[in-house]
Design a protein around this ligand. Structure first.
Ligand SMILES: [Zn+2]
Ligand SMILES: [Zn+2]
Length: 439
């Protein structure tokens, strides 16, 4: 595992959570691609693999059991070590889009080492592999294989920096560095691994972004919507000089989207930013984006949420007893237009008028939509007819997709397609940072 605050001098091994206790799995099926070069251990004891290379592992009475293998009861820990780097183990049914509306289960091919153990009454499956192999896989899982080289290389440098800055450590209590999903970085093993992404990792091997002797906490999202968001507006109140409100554009412009009137104009416009259709037509995005995304609009979009749907969301997610929503009032925005405070005025089942204030971009996105709102950079309009006391529905007109801080993936793609190089891309999104080779 990575050690917080320590800059590695050689390529580290990374532990990735593939099946987590929260997936609530009691069994898992594996298929080994090359049994001759795969070592198999049950509780550290070397064991021979079944002739067909197929393993079905089940949770049974606080232990693991392997179907078809004699004396395989009471196992606590299974380890498979593939000695050939092109081999893989196929794991059926791995969750992709955990907690999101696009959640599905996909087969995943994992290289190097696999460990299976018990955790909180369920199975947990981990993949341990060298960081550069992981990064090559992440680049293709996050984006399609047709991406231009400078984009893949920029994405790899950013992913490596974020990984090694290792600030979030969301899963350290479970004994791994990152999970396989959007919560950390999307990793689908070697499923879509291409020569191009292997090259991208190889060419940039050991290269990270640094700011004052520290590796940058290089967060990224799908689309900033035209202006990047500041770090401290989204996460803890600790400004990072390389994550500011900056137009995602070739020709800088002045806009203050924390001001309501400017934001209202902004979502209706199509400014010339790298993530806009001026640099990359939205219908072309499909061939560059990874396969778990919903296709659609990322730069500017509109959705309608009915009064009834909104009441359900608020009651479910905030535990309110709302019977009607009277109004949604933006109180505070970041420089990218993302909502940092939103007031919700509503009536409860005793017909009392109440109000609740939602803080932070993430919370706003969580509560306003049954799945998750694409972005909190929205202006809100009401649909109301002359007879109704409260709005029949709310219209959200939005900009961007995701938190909008750091590298804007669609913007970086727009830059790469228009001839910008790796260094220009990364220093545009993390100004003041330097590219440094650490191993
Ligand atoms: Zn995670
Ligand atoms: Zn952008």
């Amino acid at each position: 595992m990575l050690i917080p605050g320590v800059i590695p001098k050689e390529e580290p091994l990374l532990r990735v959570g593939i099946i987590l206790p929260e997936d609530k799995k009691k069994s898992v099926s594996l298929k080994i691609s090359n049994q001759k070069t795969c070592l198999f251990y049950c509780d550290d004891k070397e064991t021979s693999l079944p002739v067909d290379g197929k393993l079905k592992i089940m949770y049974s009475a606080n232990a693991l059991e392997i179907s078809g293998i004699e004396n395989s009861r009471e196992i606590q820990n299974i380890k498979l070590v593939q000695q050939n780097q092109n081999d893989f183990i196929l794991v059926e049914k791995v969750v992709a889009g955990r907690g999101f509306h696009w959640l599905k289960e996909i087969p995943v091919k994992l290289p190097h080492t696999i460990e299976i153990e018990l955790k909180d009454n369920f199975l947990m499956l981990l993949n341990e592999l060298p960081l550069e192999t992981y990064l090559a896989c992440v680049a293709t899982s996050e984006m399609g294989a047709e991406c231009p080289d400078s984009f893949i290389e920029a994405q790899t440098i950013v992913a490596r920096s974020w990984m090694l800055a290792n600030v979030e450590q969301k899963h350290v209590h479970l004994g791994f560095d990152v999970c396989n999903d959007d919560c950390c970085q999307r990793y689908q093993g070697v499923n879509n691994l291409t020569d191009k992404s292997r090259e991208g990792a190889l060419k940039t091997s050991g290269l990270v972004l640094m700011y004052q002797n520290k590796i940058c906490d290089a967060r990224y999202s799908k689309s900033c919507g035209g202006v990047m968001e500041k770090f401290e507006n989204l996460w803890e109140n600790k400004p990072l000089p390389y994550m500011q409100n900056i137009p995602d554009a070739e020709i800088p412009f002045n806009v203050d989207l924390s001001r309501e009137e400017e934001m209202e104009e902004w979502v209706k416009e199509s400014p010339r930013t790298f993530c806009s259709p001026h640099y990359i037509p939205e219908e072309d995005l499909k061939k560059y984006l990874g396969d778990v995304d919903e296709s659609g609009h990322y730069f500017r979009w509109t959705i309608e949420v009915s009064q009834k749907e909104l009441i359900t969301n608020l009651n479910e997610k905030l535990g309110l007893n709302a019977t009607s929503v009277i109004s949604l009032i933006p109180l505070k925005r970041g420089g990218s237009g993302r909502l940092l405070e939103l007031e919700i005025k509503y009536k409860n089942n005793k017909n009392e008028s109440l109000s609740v204030i939602i803080e932070k971009d993430y919370e706003v996105r969580r509560v306003l939509h049954k799945n998750f709102l694409f972005s909190s950079a929205i202006v809100i309009e009401e649909i109301k007819n002359e007879h109704s006391m409260v709005p029949d529905a709310f219209i959200f007109k939005g900009a961007g997709w995701g938190h909008g801080a750091g590298l804007c993936q669609i913007g970086a793609l727009g830059m790469a397609l228009n001839g910008f190089g790796v260094k220009e891309i990364v220093t545009h999104y993390y100004p003041g940072s330097k590219l440094v080779k650490i191993y």
